[in-house]
Design a protein around this ligand. Structure first.
Ligand code: PMV
Length: 370
C-alpha cells in the first residue's frame, strides 16, 4: 500500500538553477460526491468524477534558485513567490498558495530553494461560479512535479501523476481528481483496485461506449460569491445527524456506478447521479447551521429536465456541485437535440443567458518544459 512516506522527496540527482514549466489542468464534476473530511484532506467517503475538457486552469511556473542567505527567516519568508492572475499581480490568492506550500513542504523540501513566479489563468470566466480551486491546485501540483522531475529525472511517469494528485489533494481535496484520466476515483473503496484516500486513481475498468465523450453543459445560474464555502460545508459533516448513513450510502453508490460505467445502463446512471446531487444539497439543508445553495432557477431547470426526459425518453440528467449552477449530463449521440432543448427552454434561467459546453476530458498536461 502506498503511504504518505512514499511521497517524501529524498534524491536530487541533477542541479537545477532556473527554468519554467507550463501546465494545464481541468475542472472535474463528481458523480458520487465528496462531502465531509477528516484531518489533512482525507475524505470521509470515496467519490468518483468525470474529468472535464474545456474548463481549465493554465499555470506557468518560473523559478530561479535563491541566494542561500535569503532562505533563513521566519516561516512566512521561507517560501518566496509572486502570483499573477491573468497577467496582473493578485495579492488575495497568495495566502492560499502560502498555505499550500506549507502543507506540502514535508514532501517537496526543494520548494524553499527557489523564488517562483506563478502566472495563472482560467479558460472559464472567474466569476462564473465554477470553482477554480480543483483545476488551479491540480495545475500547480503538475508544475511542482515537473520541477521535481527535473531534480530527479529517473522518476517514473506513474509516480509523477500519483504524487501530483497527492499534492493537489493537499491544496484542495477534489483537485486530486483533476490530474489524470477521464473518470477518477478518490478515497478507499473495497471494489476499486488501488483506490486510496491519499490521491485519485483512474477508473480501473473499461468505460462503456455510452460514456465516451459524455457531454456536460454547465448552466450558469448564479455567479455570486457562495454564502458558505466548501471548507465550512465539509466541517459541518462532523456531528451531522445523517453523516454515517451518508458515508455508507456513498460506498454503495460507488459500487453501483462502477457497474453502470462498465455496462452502460443509462437509466441507472441517471438515478445514482441525480440522487447524489440532491443528497449533497440535502446534507447542506440538514446541517447545523443549515444553508441552501440552490436558487429558484436551479429548481426550475431540474423540473424542466425531468419533464423533458419523461416526454422524450432522452437520457439527460443533472448534477450539482456546491453552488447553484446546474451541470447537464448526456451522451454524445443526443448532443444536438439536447443543446436545442437547452437553448429553447433553459437558457432563460441562466444569468445573462450564460452556459458552457464541456465534455469528458483526459486530465492535466505539461505544455512548456524548459
Ligand atoms: O474540493 P472541495 O473541498 O472544494 O470540495 C468539493 C465538494 C463538491 O464539489 C461539492 C463535491 C465533489 O466531490 O467534488
Amino acid at each position: 500500500m502506498v503511504t504518505e512516506k512514499d511521497f517524501v522527496f529524498t534524491t536530487t540527482t541533477h542541479a537545477v538553477e532556473k527554468g519554467n514549466f507550463q501546465c494545464s489542468a481541468p475542472s472535474n464534476i463528481a458523480l458520487v460526491k465528496y462531502w465531509g473530511k477528516k484531518d489533512k484532506q482525507i475524505p470521509a467517503n470515496p467519490s468518483i468524477s468525470f474529468t472535464l475538457n474545456h474548463c481549465k486552469t493554465i499555470t506557468k511556473l518560473s523559478f530561479t534558485k535563491k541566494n542561500s542567505s535569503i532562505t533563513i527567516g521566519s516561516t512566512k519568508e521561507k517560501f518566496s513567490f509572486e502570483l499573477l492572475f491573468e497577467g496582473k499581480p493578485k495579492e488575495d490568492f497568495k495566502p492560499k498558495i502560502q498555505k499550500f506550500f506549507e502543507r506540502i513542504e514535508a514532501y517537496c523540501p526543494y520548494l524553499t530553494d527557489y523564488h517562483f513566479i506563478i502566472a495563472t489563468e482560467n479558460t472559464f470566466p472567474h466569476s462564473s461560479g465554477i470553482a477554480s480551486s480543483a483545476s488551479g491546485m491540480a495545475a500547480l501540483a503538475m508544475n511542482i512535479m515537473s520541477l521535481e522531475k527535473a531534480l530527479n529525472p529517473a522518476m517514473t511517469e506513474d509516480f509523477f501523476f500519483q504524487k501530483a494528485s497527492f499534492l493537489a489533494r493537499l491544496g484542495s481535496g477534489s483537485a486530486c481528481r483533476s490530474v489524470k484520466g477521464n473518470v477518477v476515483v478518490w478515497g478507499k473503496h473495497a471494489e476499486i483496485k488501488a483506490s486510496s484516500d491519499l490521491f485519485g486513481v483512474e477508473f480501473p475498468s473499461e468505460l462503456h461506449d455510452n460514456f465516451k465523450n459524455y457531454q456536460d453543459t454547465i448552466l450558469l445560474v448564479d455567479k455570486g460569491e457562495k454564502q458558505v464555502s466548501s471548507t465550512v460545508g465539509h466541517d459541518l459533516m462532523h456531528h451531522h445527524p445523517f453523516a454515517e448513513q451518508r458515508f455508507a450510502q456513498a460506498h454503495r453508490n460507488l459500487s453501483a456506478i462502477k457497474n453502470v460505467l462498465e455496462n452502460g445502463d443509462l437509466a441507472e446512471f441517471i438515478k445514482i447521479v441525480e440522487s447524489e446531487a440532491l443528497t449533497l444539497h440535502a446534507m447542506m439543508m440538514t446541517s447545523l447551521p443549515y444553508f441552501i445553495l440552490m436558487k429558484p432557477n436551479t429548481l426550475e431547470i431540474i423540473n424542466k429536465i425531468w419533464n423533458y426526459r419523461n416526454e422524450t425518453n432522452i437520457p439527460v440528467c443533472f448534477t450539482l456541485d456546491a453552488g447553484a449552477n446546474v451541470h447537464i449530463l448526456y451522451p454524445e449521440n443526443v448532443r444536438d437535440i439536447v443543446l436545442q432543448f437547452i437553448k429553447d427552454e433553459l437558457v432563460g434561467y441562466c444569468q445573462n443567458g450564460n452556459y458552457i459546453c464541456d465534455a469528458v476530458g483526459n486530465g492535466g498536461q505539461l505544455i512548456i518544459d524548459n
